[in-house]
Design a binder for this molecule. Structure first.
Ligand SMILES: [Zn+2]
Length: 463
C-alpha cells in the first residue's frame, strides 16, 4: 500500500520546509488575515486570497474537516479617515466595500471561507484579552490607552527575527509619552465622539488592529491552531504582535504551529502605488479580463516568490486557459467520473509546498495526452486529470462553451447568436447556401466564429 501522501509547507517560524502535522487530524484549523474594508481590493490584496484558496482546497482533499477563517477588519483608522473624506457614515462605507470585496473574490473563483468574522462583532473578546494581558503583567493602561509591554515577553520577535532597534524602526510606532518602552504597541486607544468607540474599563475607545486578529482567531479556532497565513508584509509588526498577544494571554507556547506568507506583487515591474498610476484594482481588471485568467496569473509564480502582474501576463494566462478549455471542448463526448481525481503527479506538486506552477504544467501535460490519445480509456483518464486537477486549483470548472462565449457588453448576446445559428441551419436545410454563408459572415463581422462538427455547430468569440 502507498504511504499516505504528506503535505510539506514552508514555515516562516522555523524558516524551513516541514511536514504538516495538524493538532487534530480530524479537524484542521486555518486563519488568514483579511481585508480592511475602505476601498476596492487591489491585485496585491487578491494574491493571498487565491493562494490560500488553493491550500484550503488541498487540505479538504486530505482531511475530513477544515475550518478556514478570514476576518474582515471593519474598524481601523484608515476607514474613519476615508468615511470622513467621502462624507458618508462609516457603516455605509464598510458594508459597501465588504460586499464589493466578496463579489471580486467570488469572480476570482475563491471559495468563501467557512467563517468571515467582523472585528466590530468581537469587541467583547478583545476587551477580555486585554484584561487578561493586564492581569498577567503583559500590558498596562496609560492616558486612555492600553499598551502591550514588549519587554514583558522575553522571546518577542521570534517570527520576524529582527533585532530590537530594527523592530522599533520597522514598526514606525510613534514615541508617545504614555509608552514605557518605545517598542510597546497599542491594544486599545481612546475615541473622540465623531469616530467609532465602545465602552471599556479604560473609557470609550477602540481596538488596535493587531488585537482584532488575536480575538477573532481565538473565538473561531481556539487558543492554538494549525496554520496562520497572510502576505509577507504582515510578518512584522502585525503577525509578530498577534503572536505576542495570544501567547501571553493564554500562556501557550505557540499561537499557530505553521505560519505561511505569500510574496509581494509588483505591477509591470514596479511597486504598485497610486502615484505611479499602476494601481490595479481587481474590480477594474475584471472589466477587461475573465476572473479565471486573473486567478491563473496570480498563481503563475510560486506563492513565496514575488509576482509581477502585467498585461502580457494576463494575455498569456488567457491564452493558456483557451488551450485548456479547447481541449475540454474537443473532448465534450468523453465521459468522466463525477468526482475526478487530480492525478498523482499534480497532487505531488501541490503537496510539495504548494508548487502551483508545476501543477499547472501537469494540466498542460494532460492536454497533450488528451489530444494525442485515441483509446477511449486513455482519453477519459486524461480528461479526468484535467478536470480533477483543475478543481484542486480552482480552474477549468466552467462549461467550455461558456468560456469561449463570454464576451464584452457590446457583443451579440448568446441568445441572439443561437437564433442566427438556427436560422443558418434552416437555410442549409432549405439548400439556401447563399443565406447560410451570409449569416456566417455577419456573425464573423461581429467577432463570432462558427465551427461545424459532428455534434452540430458550436461558436466562440474570436480572441
Ligand atoms: Zn491579522
Amino acid at each position: 500500500m502507498d504511504p499516505q501522501p504528506e503535505l510539506k509547507i514552508t514555515n516562516t517560524l522555523t524558516r524551513a520546509k516541514e511536514a504538516f502535522r495538524p493538532i487534530d487530524p480530524s479537524h484542521v484549523r486555518m486563519y488568514v488575515c483579511g481585508p480592511t474594508v475602505y476601498d476596492f481590493a487591489h491585485v496585491g490584496n487578491a494574491r493571498p486570497v487565491v493562494v490560500f484558496d488553493v491550500l484550503v482546497r488541498l487540505l479538504r482533499r486530505l482531511y475530513p474537516r477544515v475550518t478556514y477563517v478570514r476576518n474582515i477588519t471593519d474598524v481601523e483608522d484608515k476607514i474613519n479617515a476615508r468615511a470622513k473624506e467621502n462624507g458618508e457614515p462609516i457603516e455605509a462605507l464598510t458594508a459597501r466595500t465588504a460586499a464589493q470585496y466578496q463579489a471580486d473574490m467570488d469572480a476570482l473563483g475563491a471559495e468563501r471561507p467557512d467563517v468571515q468574522p467582523r472585528a466590530t462583532h468581537h469587541i467583547a473578546q478583545m476587551i477580555t484579552l486585554i484584561e487578561r494581558l493586564i492581569a498577567k503583567g503583559h500590558a498596562y493602561a496609560a492616558d486612555g490607552h492600553v499598551l502591550f509591554a514588549v519587554p514583558s515577553m522575553p522571546d518577542y520577535g521570534g517570527l520576524s527575527r529582527r533585532d530590537r532597534d530594527d523592530m522599533i524602526a520597522g514598526a514606525r510606532v510613534e514615541v508617545a509619552p504614555y509608552k514605557q518602552d518605545p517598542a510597546d504597541f497599542v491594544l486599545w486607544k481612546p475615541s473622540s465622539d465623531d469616530i467609532p468607540g465602545w465602552d471599556s474599563p479604560w473609557g470609550r475607545g477602540r481596538p488596535g488592529w493587531h488585537i482584532e486578529c488575536s480575538a477573532m482567531s481565538w473565538e473561531h479556532l481556539g487558543e492554538t491552531f494549525d496554520i496562520h497565513g497572510g502576505g509577507l508584509d504582515l510578518i512584522f509588526p502585525h503577525h509578530e504582535n498577534e503572536i505576542a498577544q495570544s501567547r501571553c494571554a493564554f500562556g501557550t507556547h505557540t499561537m499557530a504551529n505553521y505560519w505561511m506568507h505569500n510574496g509581494f506583487v509588483t505591477v509591470e515591474g514596479e511597486k504598485m502605488s497610486k502615484s505611479l498610476g499602476n494601481f490595479y484594482t481587481v474590480h477594474d481588471v475584471l472589466k477587461e479580463w475573465p476572473g479565471e485568467a486573473i486567478r491563473l496569473l496570480l498563481l503563475s509564480s510560486h506563492y513565496r516568490a514575488p509576482l509581477d502582474f502585467t498585461s502580457a501576463g494576463l494575455k498569456e494566462a488567457k491564452a493558456q486557459l483557451d488551450r485548456l478549455y479547447q481541449a475540454l471542448r474537443n473532448a465534450a463526448d468523453v465521459a468522466v467520473e463525477p468526482e475526478a481525481p487530480a492525478g498523482d503527479e499534480l497532487m505531488a506538486a501541490l503537496l510539495d509546498d504548494l508548487n502551483v506552477p508545476l501543477a499547472v504544467a501537469r494540466l498542460h501535460e494532460a492536454v497533450g495526452r488528451l489530444n494525442k490519445a485515441t483509446d477511449p480509456a486513455e482519453r477519459s483518464a486524461a480528461k479526468s486529470a484535467l478536470l480533477g486537477g483543475g478543481a484542486l486549483l480552482g480552474l477549468l470548472q466552467a462549461d467550455p462553451e461558456a468560456w469561449f462565449q463570454g464576451g464584452g457588453d457590446d457583443d451579440l448576446d448568446p441568445a441572439e447568436i443561437e437564433r442566427l445559428i438556427q436560422a443558418r441551419v434552416d437555410a442549409r436545410k432549405g439548400r439556401d447556401f447563399a443565406e447560410a454563408d451570409r449569416i456566417r459572415d455577419a456573425l464573423k463581422a461581429n467577432g463570432v466564429e462558427l465551427e461545424d462538427g459532428p455534434q452540430g455547430t458550436t461558436w466562440k468569440r474570436a480572441g
